[in-house]
Design a protein around this ligand. Structure first.
Ligand SMILES: NC(=O)c1ccc[n+]([C@@H]2O[C@H](COP(=O)([O-])OP(=O)(O)OC[C@H]3O[C@@H](n4cnc5c(N)ncnc54)[C@H](OP(=O)(O)O)[C@@H]3O)[C@@H](O)[C@H]2O)c1
Length: 352
C-alpha cells in the first residue's frame, strides 16, 4: 500500500490537559513528512503510563497543544521521506514514536524504527517496543547486570515490571518483585512459578521487612518507577555498592489523576545528598528511553531487534492484558491510569 491523500486519518487529540474525558477522536489530513521520517499505517499502538502523564501535563518536553499520544507502534510503511535509505514502502515495522500513535497513520523517525516479521501478532510486538526495550536497556546498559545477581523490581506485574521480570530470569538473575495481591494470579505460569522469582505483597507488609528476612545484605540492583519517598526506601534496600535505577514517577498520579502534592513533595523527599552516596558506596542511576534512544539510535535498534528475535523464538511471551479499539481510547486510558491491568494495554486500529 502507498500513500493516498484522499484518505482521512482518524486520530485522538487532547485539546487541554485533564482527565480521560478530555480525549477527542477527530478526522484530519494525512501528515506531511520530514526527510528522515516515514508514514506508517498503524496496526496497533500501546497505551503507556507516559501517555497519562502527558494528558495530565506532567510529562516534560512534549508539545501539549492538541497532543496525540502513542509511544509505540506497529504497522506498514506507506510513504518514506527523501533521506530514508534503510526502509521502503510496504515494510512492516516497529517504531518508537513517543507521541502520535493513537491514529490510523503515524509519523515515525527512520532512526527509531526496525523491521518486524509479518507472522508476529501486532499486539505482542507492541508489548515489546517500549516496555521490553526500557527493561532490557536498564538491565544491560545501565545496571550492567550479571547472571547470579539479585534484583528488586517494583510493580512487577506492570508493563515494564513484567518485562524486567521475564528478561531478568532469562539473564540468570534472581528477581524479588512487589505487586498487589489482586495481580498475583494474573502473572503467567512460566513467570509465576519460576524458582528464581519471589513475590512481595507490599500492601500487606512493607517490602523492606520481607526483603530483609530473605536477603539481609540487600539486593544488587533496584528498579524504581514509583519515585518520591519510595525511591529512598529502594535505596536503603540495596547492598553496599548496589545501584538503584530510577525511571519513573508514578506517585504523581493518584486515583487516575495528577496529584500536585505528591508530585512536589515526592520530588523533595526523593533527594539524596552526594555525601550519603560516598558513605554508602551506592549508585543512583536514571533512565529515560526517549532521550537515551535518540542519543544512541543504533543501540536502540540493536536492542529492539534482539528482543523481536527472542519473541519470534518463543523466548519471550509478553503479557497483553487487554486490546481496545481507537474509539475506546478513553476507557483504555482510564484503566491504565489506575494501574488496573497487568502487562500491556493495546489499541488495535483494525478493531474499528
Ligand atoms: N523511563 C522510561 O524510559 C520509562 C519507560 C516506560 C515506562 N516508564 C515509567 O514506568 C512506570 C511504569 O510504567 P508501566 O507502563 O509499566 O505501568 P503499569 O503497567 O501501570 O505498571 C505499574 C505498576 O506499578 C504498580 N504500583 C503502583 N504503585 C505501586 C507501589 N507503591 N509499589 C509497588 N508497585 C506499585 C502497579 O501494580 P500493583 O497493582 O501491583 O501495585 C502497576 O502494575 C511509569 O511511571 C512509567 O512512566 C518509564
Amino acid at each position: 500500500m502507498t500513500r493516498n491523500d484522499n484518505l482521512k486519518n482518524r486520530k485522538i487529540i487532547i485539546p487541554h490537559t485533564g482527565s480521560h474525558a478530555k480525549l477527542d477522536l477527530i478526522e484530519s489530513e494525512l501528515p506531511a513528512l520530514e526527510p528522515n521520517q516515514i508514514l506508517v499505517k498503524t496496526e496497533a499502538c500501546g497505551v503507556a503510563f507516559a501517555d497519562i502523564l502527558m494528558r495530565e501535563g506532567l510529562y516534560p518536553d512534549v508539545d501539549r497543544r492538541n497532543l496525540t499520544p502513542g509511544y509505540d507502534v506497529v504497522g506498514e510503511i506507506v510513504q518514506v521521506g527523501n533521506d530514508v535509505s534503510r526502509l521502503t514502502v510496504g515494510d512492516r515495522v516497529a517504531c518508537l514514536t513517543q507521541t502520535g500513535g493513537y491514529a490510523d497513520y503515524t509519523v515515525a523517525q527512520e532512526s527509531l524504527t526496525v523491521l518486524c516479521p509479518r507472522q508476529l501478532p501486532a499486539q505482542q510486538v507492541v508489548a515489546i517496543i517500549l516496555n521490553y526495550t526500557t527493561a532490557y536497556q536498564m538491565l544491560t546498559r545501565i545496571a550492567r547486570v550479571t547472571a547470579g545477581e539479585r534484583i528488586l523490581v517494583h510493580g512487577v506485574a506492570g508493563g515494564v515490571g513484567s518485562a524486567l521480570l521475564e528478561l531478568g530470569l532469562h539473564l540468570g538473575l534472581t528477581v524479588y518483585g512487589t505487586l498487589s495481591q489482586r495481580k498475583w494470579a494474573l502473572l503467567p505460569a512460566h513467570l509465576n512459578q519460576h524458582p528464581r522469582f519471589h513475590k512481595l505483597d507490599y500492601q500487606t507488609t512493607p517490602f523492606e521487612e520481607a526483603l530483609v528476612k530473605a536477603l539481609p545484605e540487600g539486593v544488587d540492583v533496584v528498579f524504581d518507577a514509583i519515585g518520591g519517598s519510595h525511591l529512598k526506601r529502594s535505596y536503603q534496600s540495596m547492598r553496599i555498592g548496589g545501584t538503584v535505577v530510577s525511571y519513573g514517577f508514578s506517585t504523581a498520579i493518584k486515583n487516575g489523576r495528577r496529584n500536585w502534592w505528591e508530585a512536589i513533595s515526592g520530588m523533595l523527599r526523593s533527594m539524596t545528598f552526594p555525601v550519603q552516596l560516598i558513605r554508602d558506596n551506592k549508585t543512583i542511576a536514571g533512565y529515560g528511553i526517549w532521550i537515551y534512544a535518540n542519543a544512541h539510535p543504533l543501540w536502540f535498534r540493536e536492542d529492539l531487534t534482539q528482543l523481536i528475535e527472542w519473541l519470534e523464538q518463543g523466548v519471550l511471551k509478553p503479557m497483553v492484558s487487554k486490546q481496545y479499539a481507537l474509539t475506546e481510547t478513553a476507557q483504555a486510558q482510564e484503566r491504565v491510569s489506575r494501574s488496573e491491568l497487568p502487562g500491556k494495554v493495546v489499541l488495535a486500529m483494525g478493531a474499528c
